[in-house]
Design a protein around this ligand. Structure first.
Ligand SMILES: Cc1cc2nc3c(=O)[nH]c(=O)nc-3n(C[C@H](O)[C@H](O)[C@H](O)COP(=O)(O)O)c2cc1C
Ligand code: SF4
Length: 646
């Protein structure tokens, strides 16, 4: 449904230097690992960009291109360090242009934020100081090497221009080489490239100067800069204002604000618990200091928020990273007034950073097509079937949506009185309130696609036989499971974590949480937030070990702030009415005085419909936890694939 556009500022054409953009929405650079390890854009990467272009973004910024083979942070990088790389990039750029997009190449050198094995030699940096989250200590660059790197930047920019990119962006943020030089946290040099703020800015300014000389005065140059490093002793907003003014004088056309370094990666990619648009106020200060355009970034997740930032003059452009992974059609939907159809990024970091950090290509937990643009057959079916989906958790809903989009006639049955399943519990955890937006999106889609939803419907094999669908997708989820612990079954004060979060009625007093995985840790935080005195007992040597680094760091900080005691490497041997016997490092210990014991020890697949095959002869597909208990990332994809498979 097309409605009039309510976002006048967002969809106003605007310029960066001489580059005219149709709107003020920019997708930021994001590593994708979608290439084939040959430094060149792959067909998959091209389709990923084409989808964004069709989605209506004013400008797409690519992931960081290496300026030399040593500038490597992953096995699969893009490169602009050889003239042979111009042609293949030109073909990708042409396709993006043909899809209606404008595209900018980001170029970078990682400095000390890489490893010896990736770089092929000792990493280099302004000073020989190890980045706290990295293994290897870099060596300090000599002045002649600095000049060589500046030259590499200039040549990479020229290749980007020759390939037809609409703009080039210097990656001067996130603790990579250019930002290391400017940061007093990383740069302890005593020569002309260190010490005073002017000296620390010198490298960035010389890179800009060299690029400008190569690309000429009309080719737009963006500089991505840290407005704060997010660490003590790092770049502050005041420092960034000085740099922004110098960059403007040097001929930069856009200041693309960002923040954070590897050691403060939760600042680079603010997770769910961080308030939306938290860092926009820093961009606003840069904007007031310069007259070239400035972007704001960081969990700007809905068009109303974006419009408000523009209207209040906090930025000239709105940059989104994960927002465009969650919904590449964000601009189109916003422009046509279909805001409720936007899949809003929830900051979970699971499908994007979580996948990249384990060497997989980029994806989005909420949007199974992201990063998989060419991998699914989305053509409408020629054989319309009656499909029954059993279970209205996120996997079941996703399956119903995918099957209905294929053109099937879908009925979705859910035992409880609402859709969402475990997702509802996840949304209750502190700082994850934003998760509910995805449930709302799924409900909208189901309604729009005409899926018949039957709540409070307990589906048995007999029910299915009676209904006689052509295919059944079993997405009945999982149940909480506890290993046999002496006393656990007899104690009267046991509460299941899932049940606690579902009902939302919080116990009081001193609580032991058994199991310090993500569910246990989030439940502990919820309890502590509601005034309980909480202790977690976890068998492994880490709390929330399965969580993604950035959200995990914030979760642990929140637990510490609320004085939650975290006992790791602790095996619970016995549960009593108000005590636990725990084995820690071969030592038995008694913990007592508990009012309740909350269990978060694991999950097992529901087996309720395992007998279906003997009663029903149609097609049966198991999906989500009902196939095997797993996390939401796997469940949503599996639901989606099940919906396409029937
Ligand atoms: C998977 C992933 C890869 C990223 N890679 C880059 C990169 O190559 N260059 C860069 O400047 N920023 C990179 N970023 C940071 C984003 O561009 C963006 O600044 C950050 O995600 C915050 O914006 P958001 O809240 O809109 O996602 C990356 C972020 C993610 C999630
Ligand atoms: S995986 Fe999570 S954080 Fe990443 S883009 Fe999707 S919703 Fe956002």
């Amino acid at each position: 449904m097309e409605r009039s556009c309510q976002f006048a500022r967002l969809f106003e054409p605007a310029k960066i230097g001489n580059l005219e953009l149709k709107n003020r929405l920019i997708t930021t650079a994001m590593v994708t690992l979608l290439n084939d390890g040959d430094w060149l854009p792959s067909e998959r990467l091209t389709q990923y960009f084409e989808r964004k272009a069709r989605g209506g973004w004013g400008l797409i910024i690519t992931e960081d291109y290496s300026i030399c083979p040593e500038a490597k942070t992953f096995e699969k990088m893009l490169g602009l360090w050889s003239d042979d790389q111009i042609g293949p990039n030109a073909r990708m750029v042409e396709r993006v242009h043909a899809a209606g997009g404008k595209i900018c190449a980001q170029i970078f050198h990682p400095g000390r934020q890489t490893t010896q094995s990736l770089a092929g030699s000792t990493p280099v940096a302004p000073s020989a100081i190890r980045e706290p989250s990295m293994r290897d200590t870099p060596r300090a660059l000599k002045v002649e090497e600095i000049k060589e790197i500046i030259d590499l930047f200039a040549h990479a920019a020229l290749r980007a221009q020759k390939a037809g990119f609409d703009m080039v962006e210097i990656h001067g943020a996130h603790g990579y080489l250019v930002s290391e030089f400017f940061s007093p946290y990383a740069n302890k040099r005593l020569d002309q490239y260190g010490g005073s703020i002017t000296n620390r800015a010198r490298f960035a300014l010389e890179v800009v100067e060299a690029i400008r000389e190569k690309v000429g005065k009309d080719f737009p140059i963006s500089f991505r800069m840290n407005v704060t490093d997010g660490v003590e002793g790092g770049v502050t907003v005041e420092d960034a204002i000085v740099l922004a003014k110098l960059l403007e004088q040097q001929g930069v056309d856009l200041i693309n604000c960002s923040q954070g370094m590897y050691v403060s990666r939760e600042v680079i990619m603010p997770p769910t618990a961080v308030p939306p648009a938290k860092y926009a106020k820093n961009a606003a200060r840069i904007k007031r200091a310069v007259s070239i355009p400035v972007t704001a970034v960081g969990r700007i997740i809905d068009p109303n928020m974006a419009e408000a930032l523009l209207e209040t003059d906090q930025a000239d452009f709105i940059a989104m990273g994960r927002g465009c992974l969650a919904d590449p059609s964000f601009p189109k939907k916003a422009q046509t007034g279909n805001v409720e159809w936007i899949i809003q990024c929830i900051g979970c970091c699971q499908g994007c950073t979580g996948q990249i950090n384990t060497g997989n290509h980029v994806s989005c937990m909420l949007n199974p097509l992201t990063g998989f643009e060419s991998e699914y057959d989305l053509q409408p079916t020629e054989e319309r079937k009656k499909v029954m989906v059993v279970g209205g958790g996120i996997a079941g809903c996703e399956a119903a949506i995918a099957a209905a989009r294929k053109g099937h006639d879908v009925v979705l049955c859910e035992k409880s009185d609402s859709l969402g399943g475990q997702w509802l519990q996840a949304s209750i955890a502190l700082g994850k309130e934003g998760f509910s937006s995805f449930g709302a999106w799924q409900s909208n889609e189901l309604r729009e696609l005409g899926v018949e939803v039957r709540l409070e419907t307990d589906v048995t094999s007999d029910y299915i036989v009676q209904e006689d669908p052509d295919a059944v997708i079993v997405a009945t989820g999982s149940y909480s499971w506890c290993p046999p612990i002496p006393g656990l079954d007899e104690a009267s004060n046991i509460i299941d974590a899932r049940e606690l979060l579902t009902k939302g009625d919080c116990p009081t007093g001193k609580i032991a949480v058994l199991g310090g995985g993500l569910v246990g840790a989030e439940t502990a935080l919820y309890l502590a937030e509601h005034g309980c005195q909480v202790e977690i007992f976890e068998l492994l040597d880490e709390i929330a070990a399965e969580a993604i680094a950035a959200p995990r760091k914030l979760l642990l900080e929140s637990l510490r702030q609320r004085n939650v005691a975290m006992h790791v490497s602790s095996k619970v041997l016995q549960v009593g009415e108000d005590f636990l016997v725990v084995k820690h490092n071969e030592e038995q210990m008694l913990f007592n005085g508990f009012d309740h014991v909350v269990t978060a020890l694991g999950a097992r697949r529901n087996e309720e419909l395992d007998d279906l095959e003997s009663a029903y002869t149609g097609e049966i597909v198991f999906a989500g936890d009902a196939k095997q208990a797993k996390n939401a990332l796997g469940n949503i994809r599996e639901g989606f694939e099940a919906g396409l498979a029937v």
